[in-house]
Design a protein around this ligand. Sequence first.
Ligand SMILES: [Zn+2]
Length: 145
Amino acid sequence: MPEPNDRQHAYRMLVDPGTPPDERYPGFTIAEPDAASHAARVGEVARRLEALFAAEPDLQAVTVWVAGTAIGVATATWYRPEPADGPPPEGPVLHRDGDRALLPGHSSRYVLFRYHCAACPRPLYSPAPEPPRCPVCDAATTEEP
Ligand SMILES: [Zn+2]
């Protein structure tokens, strides 16, 4: 298992370095993907984020947690192929040349759940079918209807 700083480094291209962490953002928590290569693990998390922003049109940003490590803030403009307004997406992950596996368009099969931590004000999204521990305060979470 990589150390937390290694994990932040490994997934840094999924988040916007110009958007500092803010407790007002909802959370997105995911276990370390079980994929053979680093690129595949990053791509897996990228597709989950893409699915999240596709499913939640009003969502603008989420704090990303991988295996309990805060990675940073992912912003919608990086993950929505056609934002309703603003500049076109310039995400380095989804539109990187030669990395077609990360292109959008195949995210509809990803299931996402919305959880609620009794101690934290913002929702927590996760692909985990069982309520995860809150990555902020480690409390139990419950699924929102
Ligand atoms: Zn919490």
